[in-house]
Design a protein around this ligand. Structure first.
Ligand SMILES: NC(=O)C1=CN([C@@H]2O[C@H](COP(=O)(O)OP(=O)(O)OC[C@H]3O[C@@H](n4cnc5c(N)ncnc54)[C@H](OP(=O)(O)O)[C@@H]3O)[C@@H](O)[C@H]2O)C=CC1
Ligand SMILES: O=C1O[C@H](COP(=O)(O)O)[C@@H](O)[C@H](O)[C@H]1O
Length: 515
């Protein structure tokens, strides 16, 4: 794959690398025995390796408490690597990838284990041709050990001179404003903001990255991007499976902490921020923080909570053995956020997310206002839909004249479906994009400390209410596994101004004869 291809429309500051690590780099994956490492981190590293994006002679070191020999580790490391059409080539690359990877077993709390890890890293580095030594520590670990691991890495494994150290931390970053501040303060004792990369993997998704370009590289979009043209916006996350196997984790967090407070709020901030002065990380993040600060905490009346129940042979949330009986943890939530600034005053932003729904889909749906009536009656509203996954697409619903010898308007659309339009390219995995950004030292797609603080301010009051800190815990309404969500949802979005399209409209083909 060409790394330095010249394209028209290049965005200058997106091309510049900061402290790009090109040589003498070790990537240490802590929690290497776990789910995230197996499903996301190692496949992303392999994807980058295959495309030649990792530093020359990179080495990968797995670390966890589980005792494994190198062979067992390699088995786990490669268990989720895809081997599509060109099997032989992939198989050879998998063998080479294993050759870069070693494993060290040790605890998370004790200094001795980290000294042992450091000895292993120094042994690898003793073969380098130059003195430069760079280390990236990826914490694929539960948050309960973030702080001791951050401390031990700094005290035992940090390269003091002649190299770069970076630490990648996964969400959840706390459970509310207070715990997030505690976490930030503790990690800050050991790692600077510049060395810290807080992953929200939605920021690595192609269509989320595309938002900046769609908004700011198109005058036609910018012109209509405010309360004068837009009636309401919905950002939706739907998963067709329940919490199977993750009930224990999920019940402590709930859908708001799992999806809305981080992934959907990140999408919202990029969608609504003002144009940054440049595409440099701090310019983008300054604008995101500014718009988030204009959002007041969510009100209870602006919230709909749901929990799935058994249907069509699928178990309900409470049927999961790892979930406490009678749990009132929401597996679905819809909330309305308001932005008090001149651009967005009065526009409702509805964030909704649910597990065990009827489909897998993440999308942004921007519904424009009604056109002036008079020459038209009951005409459909324009909608711009940005489908983040699956099948990435941007489509704009427009009214057009019905083809034929009479004049009548029908809804249709301008459709940019990626797999039809861009036929020779693969959409990168979010984790590939983010690990590459970490290697480049580019923080644009990572969560800054003040961004996190303001995100928790918006959600903490509603979360405390749900957690029962202010009185009895609210009971979510139920919805059947595999449904669109609670039946109250239609009324919820219609109350915020959303008008459903005429039922005869079918995407993406219209047969005029059937109208
Ligand atoms: N899994 C996913 O799809 C996603 C995960 N995340 C986040 O990534 C991080 C890791 O997630 P995931 O891999 O699923 O987690 P796991 O539960 O699989 O934990 C990872 C590893 O950490 C060690 N570990 C587990 N529990 C404890 C504990 N109580 N104390 C100390 N060590 C423990 C285990 O290794 P050992 O016992 O060998 O030391 C385990 O293999 C979390 O912060 C999670 O929220 C974020 C997005 C998606
Ligand atoms: O962070 C999380 O995200 C996944 C969904 O990620 P996606 O990339 O598949 O959209 C979600 O399943 C999980 O509950 C949550 O912790």
């Amino acid at each position: 794959m060409a790394r330095e291809r010249s394209l028209s429309g290049t965005i200058p500051s997106m091309e510049t690398s900061h402290d790009e690590l090109k040589d003498n780099t070790i990537i240490i994956v802590l929690g290497a025995s776990g789910d995230l490492a197996k499903k996301k981190t190692f496949p992303a590293l392999f994807g980058l390796y295959r495309q030649n994006f990792l530093p020359r002679d990179v080495k990968i070191v797995g670390y966890a408490r589980t005792k494994m020999d190198r062979e067992e580790f390699h088995k786990r490391e490669t268990s989720y690597l895809k081997n599509p059409n060109d099997e032989e080539a992939v198989a050879a690359d998998i063998e080479a990838f294993k050759g870069l990877s070693t494993y060290v077993s040790g605890g998370y709390e004790d200094a001795e284990s980290f000294q042992k890890l450091n000895d292993h890293l120094e042994e690898i580095e003793s073969h380098y041709q130059s003195k430069e030594r760079n280390r990236i520590f990826y914490l694929a670990l539960p948050p309960s050990v973030f702080i001791p691991v951050a401390k031990n890495l700094k005290e035992q494994c940090y390269v003091e001179k002649g190299g770069v150290n970076r630490i990648i931390i996964e969400k959840p970053f706390g459970k509310d404003l207070e715990s997030a501040r505690e976490l930030l303060t503790s990690v800050k004792q050991y790692w600077t903001e510049d060395e810290t990369f807080r992953i929200d993997h939605y920021l690595g998704k192609e269509m989320v990255k595309n938002l900046l370009v769609l908004r700011f590289a198109n005058v036609a979009m910018s012109a209509a991007w405010d309360k004068n043209s837009i009636s309401n916006v919905q950002i939706t996350f739907k998963e067709p499976f329940g919490t199977e196997g993750r009930g224990g984790y999920f019940d402590e967090f709930g859908i708001i902490r799992d999806i809305l407070q981080n992934h959907l709020l990140q999408v919202l901030s990029i969608l609504t921020m003002e144009r940054p002065v440049s595409f440099a990380a701090e310019d983008i993040r300054d604008e995101k923080v500014k718009v988030l600060r204009a959002i007041p905490p969510i009100e209870r009346e602006d919230t709909l909570l749901g929990q799935y129940v058994s249907a069509n042979g699928k178990p309900g949330y409470l049927d999961d053995d790892t979930v406490p009986p009678n749990s009132v943890c929401p597996t679905f939530a819809a909330t309305t956020l308001w932005i008090h600034n001149p651009r967005w005053e009065g526009v409702p932003f509805i964030l909704k997310a649910g597990k065990a729904l009827n489909e897998a889909k993440v999308e942004v749906r921007i519904q424009f206002k009604d056109v002036t009536q008079g020459i038209f009656k009951d005409i459909a509203r324009n909608e711009l839909v940005i489908r983040i996954q699956p099948s990435e697409a941007v489509y704009l619903k427009l009214n057009a004249k019905t083809p034929g010898l009479y004049t009548r308007a029908i809804p249709t659309e301008m459709d940019l479906t990626y797999k039809r339009r861009f036929t020779d390219t693969k959409i990168p995995e979010a984790y590939e994009a983010l690990i590459l950004d970490t290697l480049k030292g580019d923080h644009s797609n990572f969560v800054r400390n003040d961004e996190l603080d303001v995100a928790w301010k918006i959600f903490t009051p509603i979360l405390h209410w749900i957690d029962g800190k202010d009185g009895p815990r609210p009971r979510p309404v139920t919805y059947p596994y595999g449904s669109r969500g609670p039946k109250e949802l239609n009324a919820f979005v219609e109350k915020r101004g959303y008008k459903r399209a005429d039922a005869s409209y079918v995407w993406p083909v219209t047969n005029v004869s059937s109208l």
